[in-house]
Design a protein around this ligand. Structure first.
Ligand code: AMP
Ligand code: MN
Ligand code: MN
Ligand code: MN
Length: 276
């Protein structure tokens, strides 16, 4: 079983259309796959159709942007019913602020001596409702303002940089209610990326469990091998099921290709067993 339950298409901030992401997953050896675009499920039908034609098992997915304790947390919803009205409406509301935020990022970059970044980022966008900082990163790298996406987030538009524009995403309780309404399983994405204190992490996990959360990502393209072990321990301590996903966006942008991560550490319960 090679499960890859987190990646992106050009329906959000990935590079390839859903059908091509499916082909890449299949070529990478993935047997159980989920496309989890940010705040948008417009790619699900194409992803499922292509995956099933290639003989992969498909699980519907989404990655919802949430604000918790003034910071952004991503919650992946797996096994969701894509026609669910509450989910569709919640995602639409979550996407709503993205364009105004992107204009503000453009103005902040202009104040830093980088003109035309908003218009520049838009040239990389396929879905006009979904401008992401990834699109800014592609524009900034391609135009010589930074040497890599990581460099863009370290120096220009990441938290703590002058080009960072704070934004209020969905509330955790709301995101959880949409996932539950759609019959899905909620998974905390790449917990190792959040800059919370240990006390805040405990509070986040406790609240997530109270709201019906079941799983966390342990093996992800956003974690180091040390973090696989660290979050395997967190999963054991809180009784979470464990997920695995590359978070693939585009060749050369992240650390791993689809299907290329190591297996889950021993002794964890894989979240995907329910779909086998
Ligand atoms: P947004 O939802 O518009 O805030 O954009 C967040 C996206 O930016 C994430 O989903 C990643 O694709 C990308 N991202 C965030 N941090 C980094 C980083 N340090 N290096 C590369 N990409 C990043
Ligand atoms: Mn992304
Ligand atoms: Mn994420
Ligand atoms: Mn992601």
């Amino acid at each position: 079983m090679n499960a890859d339950l987190h990646c992106h298409s050009n329906v959000s901030d990935g590079f390839f259309p859903p059908a091509q992401v499916a082909q890449r997953a299949h070529a990478g050896g993935v047997t159980l796959w989920s496309l989890t675009d940010h705040d948008e499920i417009g790619g699900q039908a194409q992803a499922r159709e292509t995956a099933e034609a290639l003989g992969m098992c498909y699980v519907s997915g989404v990655e919802i942007s949430v604000t918790w304790a003034e910071r952004t947390v991503h919650v992946v919803g797996l096994g969701i019913e894509p026609g669910c009205a509450a989910l569709l409406e919640g995602l639409r509301a979550t996407r709503d602020g993205r364009t105004a935020r992107a204009e503000s990022i453009g103005k902040a970059l202009e104040a830093m001596g980088i003109p035309g970044a908003y218009e520049g980022a838009l040239r990389y966008v396929s879905n006009p409702d979904l401008v992401s900082r990834t699109h800014f990163a592609r524009f900034l790298v391609d135009n010589g303002y930074a040497k890599s996406a990581a460099d863009v987030f370290d120096r220009l538009i990441g938290e703590g940089n002058p080009g960072f524009v704070p934004h209020r995403w969905a509330a955790l309780a709301d995101a959880m209610s949409w996932i539950k309404a759609a019959g899905g399983v909620a998974v905390i994405a790449h917990p190792g990326r959040y800059r919370y204190t240990p006390l805040q992490f405990d509070a986040l996990f406790a609240e997530f469990i109270d709201l019906g959360g079941l799983a966390i990502e342990v093996v992800t393209g956003s974690h180091t091998p040390d973090q696989y072990r660290e979050y395997a321990n967190v999963a054991r301590r809180f009784g979470f099921e464990a997920s695995r996903g590359s978070d693939f966006h585009a060749p050369g942008e992240g650390r791993v290709e689809l299907g290329a991560l190591p297996p889950l550490p021993a002794g964890l319960k894989p979240v995907w067993e329910r779909w086998l």
